[in-house]
Design a protein around this ligand. Structure first.
Ligand code: G1P
Ligand code: ZN
Length: 544
């Protein structure tokens, strides 16, 4: 195989964020931009020679071009096997599983998750290590450092690979396997859940449901599993064909971007269950007739009901949530006497805990939940978990959630996002909050007395690594919290996220409307961070 060395010059903006490197497509299309980053990853890894690499993406615009470039660089850097999803497609959780199943050295996943796609929208790339999980910070720091020094990259002189035909072939000593993106993943799901019970429930109409794939990667996965394997009626999956621009929509499963589905669930025609997933298939939104399940509650309910799912029926070892996720799961852990960990935002912080079997289930408020079956969050897994639960308990989503609140109390929760804020203003807000923190403890604001005010710093219990500046926390004596942090996944300006949480043990907790119940905390948040005052905005861009 002929290998060219191409001279290049560093870009200074290739620092991976919360989940890999995300930029506008036009940024990735600059000369050598993607190649520089990929070579920086390979240079930072110990030795790629003779190793196997998994490759796939969410099918967004630039996915195919990027895969051809990566194949040539991977070949030139000594990998001897590439496992690629047919059509260049792999959902993020499926990629994680395929890395683990094949004991691959790692994988490159092409996705900007829930960000919009298309020629003027977003693209992204991230590296996952051999446990199937996103590269931890010690790796991503090295990738960035290398990207600032890079002067050349290696490229194999080979033809473009036909991505559309499954099979295995040899390309001058490089083994290429084009695999069905769904098969292995579907087998994994069948090993976790009670597929016989689900078949009965879905094919008989005992559970009626609608799954919105949002024109993104879960289309083929959901169609195969829900309709073909489990026998749900054709048409159960909507928007099921992955499109390069996600049909012009925003593939983010929340009440704002999956509005149609959400509204359907509050009408008389609502099916028993509805769910949606994001661009790369790792997020999930879950709804029942007349009820939206917040991701924080979803995690808590899963933890409290794990015994109903075959794979977890013998018990779970512990649970974890990201810091801004509500404390609902903590209450379950306390009741079940399970270890409970609070980690920084981003799935990569769960991997060590999962590898060490310190936890079995984990989740984030940002519509993500998962378990030890892979090292990514997993949208369809969460959907199947809920279906299995409804079928086993023979109760509606609403009843399951209300019973949970009755038993554990309710953590009323909402997140307010201010998107595309001028970077200087956003940094000003964070600095202002940092200055405010030392004066807050002990102060009272109406019924809210501050019990702690700090900036979250995490020490990984397994490898003892420290991650600081992970968000500003203001906790109150009554268990309420306000959290502020800047997003690490945006591509335009800065996004300020404000997380609001109030605990209620009242018998009527289920009747409370979150924005109303949180009104005082929302005002307090503004008093602390001054986002409206400093930006001139009158309301958040997105409320979830
Ligand atoms: C967001 C979410 C975070 C999630 C990440 C990747 O990151 O808040 O929980 O892990 O996307 O899906 P952020 O933009 O807040 O840095
Ligand atoms: Zn995603």
């Amino acid at each position: 195989m002929n290998i060219e060395t191409i001279s290049s010059a560093p870009y200074d903006d290739q620092k991976p964020g919360t989940s890999g490197l995300r930029k506008k497509v036009t940024v990735f299309q600059q000369p050598h931009y993607l190649a520089n980053f990929v070579q920086s990853v390979f240079d930072s890894l110990e030795d790629c020679n003779g190793k196997s690499l998994v490759l796939g993406g969410d099918g967004r615009y630039y996915n195919r071009d990027a895969i051809q470039i990566i194949i040539k660089i991977a070949a030139a850097n000594g990998f001897n096997e590439l496992i690629i999803g047919q059509g260049g497609l792999l959902s993020t959780p499926a990629a994680s599983h395929i890395i683990r199943k094949n004991k691959a050295y790692g994988g490159l996943i092409l996705s900007a998750s829930h960000n919009a796609g298309g020629p003027t929208e977003d693209f992204g790339i991230k590296y996952n290590i051999s446990n199937g999980g996103p590269a931890p910070e010690k790796y991503t720091n090295d990738f960035f450092k290398r990207s600032l020094e890079i002067t050349e990259y290696k490229l194999a002189e080979i033809d473009d690979v036909d991505l559309d035909t499954q099979g295995e072939f040899d390309l001058e000593g490089l083994k290429i396997r084009i695999i069905d993106p769904v098969t292995d993943y579907a087998e994994l799901m069948a090993s976790i859940f009670d597929f016989d019970l689900l078949k009965q429930a879905l094919s008989s109409g005992y559970i009626s449901m609608c799954f919105d794939a949002m024109h993104a990667i879960t289309g083929p996965y959901a169609t195969r599993i829900l309709e073909e394997i489990l026998g749900a009626p054709a048409g159960t999956v909507i928007n099921g064909i992955p499109l390069e621009d996600f049909g012009g929509g925003h593939p983010d499963p929340n009440l704002v971007h999956a509005k149609e589905l959400a509204s359907l669930m509050f009408t008389a025609d609502a099916p028993d269950f509805a769910a949606a997933s994001d661009g790369d298939g790792d997020r999930n939104m879950v709804l029942g007739a007349n009820i939206f399940v917040t991701p924080s509650d979803s995690l808590a309910i899963m933890a409290a009901n794990a015994q109903h799912i075959p794979a977890y029926s013998k018990g779970i070892s512990g649970v974890a949530r990201s810091m801004p996720t509500s404390q609902a799961v903590d209450r379950v852990a306390a009741a079940l006497n399970l270890p409970c960990f609070e980690t920084p935002t981003g799935w990569k912080f769960f991997s060590n805990l999962l590898d060490a079997d310190s936890i079995t289930l984990c989740g984030e408020e940002s519509f993500g939940s998962g378990s030890n079956h892979v090292r990514e969050k997993d949208g369809l897994w969460a959907v199947l978990f809920w279906l299995n639960l409804i079928a086993k308990r023979r109760q509606s989503v609403e009843d399951i959630v209300h019973e949970h609140w009755q038993q554990f109390g309710r953590d009323i929760y909402s997140r307010h996002d201010y998107e595309a804020v001028d970077n200087e203003i956003a940094n000003g807000i964070v600095n202002h909050l940092r200055e405010l923190l030392p004066s807050l403890t002990g102060k009272s604001f109406g019924e809210y007395t501050v019990s702690y005010a700090d900036e979250f710093c995490y020490e990984d219990p397994i490898d003892k690594s420290i991650s600081d500046q992970q968000g500003i926390r203001i906790g109150f004596e009554n268990g309420s919290r306000i959290i502020f942090r800047l997003s690490g996944t945006g591509t335009v300006g800065a996004t300020l996220r404000i997380y609001l949480e109030k605990f209620s043990k009242e018998a009527d907790a289920h009747t409370q409307e979150p924005q109303q119940a949180l009104a005082e905390l929302i005002e307090l948040a503004e008093q602390f961070c001054e986002v409206k005052q400093r930006t001139g905005r009158i309301e958040p861009t997105v409320i979830t």
